[in-house]
Write a protein that binds this ligand. Sequence first.
Ligand code: C5P
Length: 237
Amino acid sequence: MTNSIYVALDFSSWEEANSFLVTNDLYGVPVKVGMELYYKEGPKIIEKLKENNHSIFLDLKLHDIPTTVMKAMHVLAKLEVDIVNIHALGGSEMIVRAKEGLINGNPNGETKLIAVTILTSMEEHVLNNELKLTGNLTDTAVHLAKLACNNGADGVVCSVHEVEAIKKACGDPFITVTPGIRLTHTDSFDQKRIATPSVARSTGADHLVIGRSITKSSNPKEAYKLAVKEWEEAYDN
Ligand code: C5P
């Protein structure tokens, strides 16, 4: 799997997403399909994107009882996307069963199972005071990453600021996918733990997810090119 920037297609329909891709000449770029688009369009959106040569991260963040997650993964495995994900907070048994469903649903499939550690929109005081997950945020993210890697996940979704500690704890091949990426001079929107593509690369992140910094830009095509340039230059250094 090559190191990629996945553009988050946070649109409400195929027409909107496709119009964005066509207007901005973004045919074939890696894309992330989240809940909004998938719930609206269903599996056919994956077929359409694959017909146009997009690699796909299907970001549905499963979190349910282990058997339900296993059965859902069995179904998703047949879509043959690059990446699917679950919440590490679902616990060890859920992670094991998710992987089991993915393998049994498509024994020759190459889809990677990634676990969300702590959402990049989350801040430490919310973790401590609302969710009663004590300790600092990085330690909690690393703890959840270890839980994921010890139970068969291929990697995690985490903030850029946690990549180094997670690689140290889980090894370099363990994949880190980082949202919360902002290009210089763009709004942070609701993300709290943000960084630029070059900072992400310097920490060793394997893949980036970028949404609004590109999709809400006045020139999405240029914003995408800028992100790729920053990412690849940092990668070459
Ligand atoms: O617009 P922005 O770049 O903040 O979009 C980030 C995307 O990544 C959104 O689609 C969001 O759902 C997703 N994501 C995230 N944090 C995670 C996992 C996924 O922001 N931990």
